[in-house]
Design a protein around this ligand. Sequence first.
Ligand SMILES: *[C@@H]1O[C@H](CO)[C@@H](O)[C@H](O)[C@H]1NC(C)=O
Ligand SMILES: *[C@@H]1O[C@H](CO)[C@@H](O)[C@H](O)[C@H]1NC(C)=O
Ligand SMILES: *[C@@H]1O[C@H](CO)[C@@H](O)[C@H](O)[C@H]1NC(C)=O
Ligand SMILES: *[C@@H]1O[C@H](CO)[C@@H](O)[C@H](O)[C@H]1NC(C)=O
Ligand SMILES: *[C@@H]1O[C@H](CO)[C@@H](O)[C@H](O)[C@H]1NC(C)=O
Ligand SMILES: *[C@@H]1O[C@H](CO)[C@@H](O)[C@H](O)[C@H]1NC(C)=O
Ligand SMILES: *[C@@H]1O[C@H](CO)[C@@H](O)[C@H](O)[C@H]1NC(C)=O
Ligand SMILES: *[C@@H]1O[C@H](CO)[C@@H](O)[C@H](O)[C@H]1NC(C)=O
Length: 911
Amino acid sequence: MMCVHHTCLWLLIACYYVTGPCYCVASLKKASCSVHHGRADCSHLSLTAIPSDLPGNITSLDMSHNRLRGVSPASLHPYPGLLLLDVGYNSITVLDNGICQTLPLLQTLNIEHNEVRLLKKEDVTYCTNLSRLNLASNRLKLQGEPFSALQSLQFLDVSMNNLQSAKLGSQPQLPRLVNLNLGSNIFNTLTRDDFFFLNRSSFLQVLNLSSSSLKTLEAGCFKPISGLRTLILDGSRIDSEVIPKLCSELSGTDIDALSLRKIKLVTLTNTTFTGLQKTNLTFLDLSNNDMAKIEEGSFQWLSRLQTLILSYNNIRRLTKGTFQGLRGLKQLHLTGALVKSHGSSTAIIDDFSFQPLSSLQSLSLQKTAVREISGNTFTGLTSLTELTMSWSSYISLKYLTNKTFASLADSPLRKLNLIGTAIAKINPGSFAVFKNLTILYLDSNFIKQNLTGEEFQGLGQVQEIHMTNNYQYLNLCPTSFVHVPGLRVLTLGKSLIATALNIDPSPFRPLVNLTVLDLSNNNIANIRENLLEGLVNLKVLKLEHNNLARVWKSVNLGGPLLFLKDTHNLVTLYMDSNGLDEIPVKALRGLSKLKELSLSNNLLNNLKDTVFDDLTSLHVLRLEKNLITAVRPEVFKTPMSNLSLLVMGKNPFDCTCESILWFVTWLNNTNVTSLPGLKDQYMCNTPLAYFNHSIMDFNPLFCKDMTPFQTLYILSSTAVLMLIVTALLVRFQGWRIQFYWNILINRTLGFSDAKVEEGRQYEYDAYVIYAEKDASWVERRMFPLENEKCRFCFEDRDSVLGMSLLESIVNNMRKSRKILFVVTESLLKDPWCRRFKVHHALHQVIEASRDSVILVFLQDVHDYKLSCSLFLRRGMLRPCCILDWPVHKERVPAFHQKLLIALGMTNRLQD
Ligand SMILES: *[C@@H]1O[C@H](CO)[C@@H](O)[C@H](O)[C@H]1NC(C)=O
Ligand SMILES: *[C@@H]1O[C@H](CO)[C@@H](O)[C@H](O)[C@H]1NC(C)=O
Ligand SMILES: *[C@@H]1O[C@H](CO)[C@@H](O)[C@H](O)[C@H]1NC(C)=O
Ligand SMILES: *[C@@H]1O[C@H](CO)[C@@H](O)[C@H](O)[C@H]1NC(C)=O
Ligand SMILES: *[C@@H]1O[C@H](CO)[C@@H](O)[C@H](O)[C@H]1NC(C)=O
Ligand SMILES: *[C@@H]1O[C@H](CO)[C@@H](O)[C@H](O)[C@H]1NC(C)=O
Ligand SMILES: *[C@@H]1O[C@H](CO)[C@@H](O)[C@H](O)[C@H]1NC(C)=O
Ligand SMILES: *[C@@H]1O[C@H](CO)[C@@H](O)[C@H](O)[C@H]1NC(C)=O
């Protein structure tokens, strides 16, 4: 690692003077080796020796990119369990034979890019367990049979060693070798005994001779390795004339794959591959060859070929004979193979060019430029299931008609890729021949039309139509997709005109199986509430970069549009960049399967409580770049309970206890796996004290200090409130409380028992209390009511002779079943009444029960006055014990009747 930065340099100098040279380098580099799962990585540490302080049980040690000059076996003693040792990119000159002795389990030894010069048998004599040896890019001079001890070696790389010969030994050896890389060496001849040393290597599969300079191949050079399966000659400086020779040398071998990329093979003739006739070659890569001409019959020898790669060439013309004989071909790659180069005309595909390819399943014509597609261009491709023409230029594709693909009528095509082919219009029935098509790509074209539905006629099996990036010229109507009811994926991002979805019924109504719908980037402002009606299988809905703010506004005419009410299986919802400033409480109801919700780049501020409450499965929530100030549990507790990714930065957070405490605490304790930008993008905007600080700087202790005060506040305010209520209650209803209280006390303590009282013999039915002034009324109205069954006690009349007045009153009251007050203003003022009679009467009332009092009102007396002077209120008595003296004479009998009823009542409280 070079230290070129200026500060770095100064640091180095400063460091040098302060601590001396030894520590400086280390202090500027990666600190030390890292060890994970038994693998130690000590690369790029400028080490000159293997560290001795690593765990003894490591199985892999990477010492690459250091300054080792050698590897001493002693330094490996602490790590006997090593399976892999990488000492690549050092300055090792000699391979010490003690390495394999010290590391008996070693399987992989990587010494690439060192300065190993001499390699003798003794150097690797103990490496019998080694399976991979990489000696690439050294300066090998082989002496004797250096590799003969490597009984287990499977992979040997001696590329880039300036080897003068491919001959690595003279005796058969390397019995287990699978892959040999001899590339980038300087030998230009393969002699017949070069590979004799591999004569017994029956597992050999791959021989890499890339970037070599082969000029001469002696007859029989591949004989010793006729089991070879793969030969790589990419980038070789090999004469075109040598290729037929190469092929004939491969004749009769097991060769399966031949890679001839970048070898300037400009022309193929009908004899180039003759030698491959007696092979079972299945894979041939001829890409990047600037190939201009393929003679007819060039591939006639390759009847077993399955994959032919002709990508990135400059082929001018395909004819009927080009692919002649490729009966078994399954894949043909022509990506970038047919182009229009300046100075020449556009390439041509003749009619019936592909006819010999009856087994072809996949054809790629990506990035090609071809003059036209005719009625027979693809004729004969009876097995073709996949056709890719993306990013190509075919004039015939500008206006698709029912003739464009007529030649594919016999192909069971399943996948058609027409991305970026400059289609401008699809006429009715253009795809009608594709009865088996399941996937259709039409993205990145210029399709400008009103999709009436006829365009997709005949695509009965289609499951996916991709039409993103069509420059927003597409319009829809209710019948647009009637011919493709099995559609599962429909992408219309950046393709629709802004009004395309403002139609009723919805164009998506027939698509009951739709699972993915992309309507993003369309500037759509107006949709209908039934846009997604019936799409119960919808899982992914992309609506980002539209203009749907109005749709969810509460002031929207007719209320917000709850267009997600049918899509209960939604898993992913994108609504970023829509100018949303509110979300109706019911907008996301029922979306209990939603895993990913993206609402970034909107104007959301105050989210309503419970708006996310149904989102119990949410894993990913994106709300960055909104105007969110507060993150309250009422909104976010449910959706955040299960998250694995939260993106909420770049909001103007209000760092007060009320707004942010819950969120900060949650962030502190959450086990969400990913919170990108937590340190630098979650900033406080208010209050001033926290402005531009990370919300994680928010001090929760502030809020904790508040808690006792808050409790105190709540307690004290509650107390005050209760006091007020009690005071008011006492003030206005105190009498009632007191009254019932008294009754309760008397009852429980047994001062009175109505039943006992009931049995007592009363002398009078009622003791009548009245004011002096009302005596005449009493005489006139009460006396006449007396008879054998009904007797009143009037103090004036019935006082016991010889008794004091007080005694007499007490006595008489006790003898009376009821106490009857004749209430008038005068009574209230009468001192006797107020001071004694009433008190005693009340005593009696409480002792017995409230039913023992009857009030007869001669005047209308206010309840307040009544309670002041008599300590009685109307509400204390049963309604029938309160009687009003009627104004109208005719009602007097009724009054009498009522009075008798009141007197006849039992004293018992009726519960
Ligand atoms: C290696 O040993 C260390 C202790 O020295 C131990 O913690 C670690 O689990 C061991 N690793 C393996 C792969 O055995
Ligand atoms: C190769 O093409 C030449 C004409 O270009 C023709 O005469 C010859 O018969 C062809 N050979 C084979 C094997 O098809
Ligand atoms: C090619 O395959 C066939 C049958 O699969 C086999 O009989 C024949 O020997 C093979 N040819 C070569 C050269 O491997
Ligand atoms: C192709 O469309 C034309 C009209 O555009 C029609 O006359 C013709 O019958 C159609 N051909 C087929 C094979 O459907
Ligand atoms: C193509 O579809 C037809 C019926 O529409 C069916 O008979 C045929 O088997 C399908 N071909 C393939 C390869 O699926
Ligand atoms: C689109 O086509 C449908 C069906 O033909 C038609 O009803 C509708 O008016 C057309 N819309 C436009 C904008 O041309
Ligand atoms: C929808 O999918 C179901 C199950 O795969 C299938 O049976 C049904 O035919 C499909 N509906 C349409 C209209 O293709
Ligand atoms: C977050 O945790 C740290 C250490 O556990 C603590 O000091 C800090 O006060 C916590 N912050 C909040 C908001 O809980």
